[in-house]
Design a protein around this ligand. Structure first.
Ligand SMILES: Nc1ncnc2c1ncn2[C@@H]1O[C@H](COP(=O)(O)OP(=O)(O)OP(=O)(O)O)[C@@H](O)[C@H]1O
Ligand SMILES: [Mg+2]
Length: 388
């Protein structure tokens, strides 16, 4: 389980350190930074998958994702006695992302490439300047296990540092190059842990949505992020997963309704949804947006292969408020077997999650354009130290 998440210099997340529990609920007003947090978590996941540089390019480039304010906001600036102004130090920026977990902890720092002394079309690519893996909540020289500084990766063995690579490409994380289970079990273990994180964000439910189309079905323990394999995922839960929980979740939201899967001769799966009062079940094409979306959440959350972290962004979209307590119960069931991160601003869902004693409620607010956690002070901020 992740115990602390730390982000520095990413959009409105100038410097934020978040304690995490089994069930994390992120709320806050429009523009408070909820989606920025979600995107920062995705970037962390992309680092282990080798896609952080292209993800940053898709966001408009690293320089646009940097915190646009000054490095330090003095008390006099805060009181409005002097203008908010930067210093020359603001020009050398790093985007830093990290987390501490019960096993290993990790941090990465990205910066802008100085122009290379030979012609290259990739002069604007960001570089991975620093990566670090350590044990325990706080990075210290004594707890460090793997350090990457620019091109060099070194591993600590019996209190001695051993250089295992001097040619780590600056555009790639050490996760993509160094994954030898003998030489670096920590890198492999963390890579597997991060690769296992699962993200769900706004399922499509329009008439052409992938979830509405019949699909060739194979055993599907993990619902695709666009929901295209919904029928196969539901059938997999029925055959090898939490079948009872599935029927309960559907009955909870739509009393008397049930779900099944029909299979054509050529192996195409179609979802069938039986509602009270109708003579035949409806197929996925005929369901309302909200019903389909709820079924997608059921399939995602009752996965027979729970991930190490499930991140779900605004699951309330297009669901009627009456359905949200049932969705909340579903999320709480999922939190029994996976760490959950929910971003929401729907009151009924928030109330449903907050009445669970495991719920770690993170209310984001903005102070001088910087995202902060309401009520957080020195005592409630987890211990965190960026690798120097
Ligand atoms: N480079 C940047 N530096 C500082 N702040 C930024 C930067 N880029 C975006 N922002 C701020 O981030 C905010 C957007 O945050 P975000 O999209 O996470 O909000 P949200 O909480 O998801 O809001 P909503 O509920 O409307 O979706 C904007 O208000 C903008 O001011
Ligand atoms: Mg948002």
């Amino acid at each position: 389980m992740i115990t602390t998440l730390a982000i520095n210099n990413y959009r409105s997340l100038h410097d934020i350190i978040i304690p995490m529990g089994p069930l994390n609920l992120v709320t806050g007003a429009n523009g408070a930074g909820k989606s920025n947090l979600y995107k920062a978590l995705r970037l962390l996941a992309e680092t282990a998958r080798g896609g952080v540089i292209s993800s940053l390019a898709n966001e408009g480039g690293l320089s646009t994702t940097f915190w646009a304010g000054p490095r330090e906001i003095s008390d006099r600036m805060k009181r409005g006695e002097v203008n908010i102004e930067g210093t020359p130090a603001d020009s050398s920026k790093r985007l830093r992302l990290g987390f501490a977990s019960e096993a290993f902890s990790y941090a990465v720092a990205l910066g802008i490439t100085p122009p290379v002394p030979y012609p290259s079309a990739f002069n604007l690519d960001p570089e991975i300047k620093r990566e670090s893996i350590w044990q325990g909540p706080r990075h210290r020289p004594a707890s460090a296990l793997v350090e990457r500084i620019d091109h060099v990766v070194k591993v600590k063995r019996s209190r001695q540092w051993e250089v295992i690579s001097k040619h780590q490409p600056m555009f790639e994380s050490m996760f993509t190059q160094v994954a030898d289970p003998q030489q670096c079990p920590e890198v492999l273990s963390l890579k597997t842990f991060i690769n296992n994180w699962r993200f769900y964000d706004h399922f499509r439910t329009d008439s052409q949505a992938p979830a509405r189309q019949p699909q060739l079905g194979t055993r599907t323990t993990v619902l695709h992020h666009d929901g295209r394999d919904l029928a196969a995922a539901i059938q997999t839960i029925i055959e090898i997963g939490a079948e009872e929980a599935l029927y309960d979740a559907i009955d909870d939201a739509f009393p008397g309704a049930s779900v099944s899967v029909s299979i054509s001769n050529d192996g195409h799966f179609t979802l069938q949804f039986k509602q009270r009062g109708l003579l035949r079940p409806l197929s996925a094409k005929e369901l309302s947006d909200g019903t389909l979306r709820y079924l997608l959440w059921v399939a995602a959350l009752l996965t027979p292969r729970p991930p190490s972290l499930m991140v779900i962004n605004e699951p309330e979209t297009s669901l009627h408020p009456d359905l949200l307590p049932a969705l909340g119960r579903l999320i709480k069931t999922a939190a029994n077997s996976t760490q959950v991160w929910v971003v929401s601003h729907a009151k009924p869902l928030i109330s449903s999650l907050e009445c669970d004693t495991r719920c770690n409620s993170i209310y984001l607010e903005k102070t001088l354009s910087e995202t902060t956690i309401a009520g957080q002070d020195l005592l409630t901020t987890p211990s965190w130290h960026w690798p120097s």
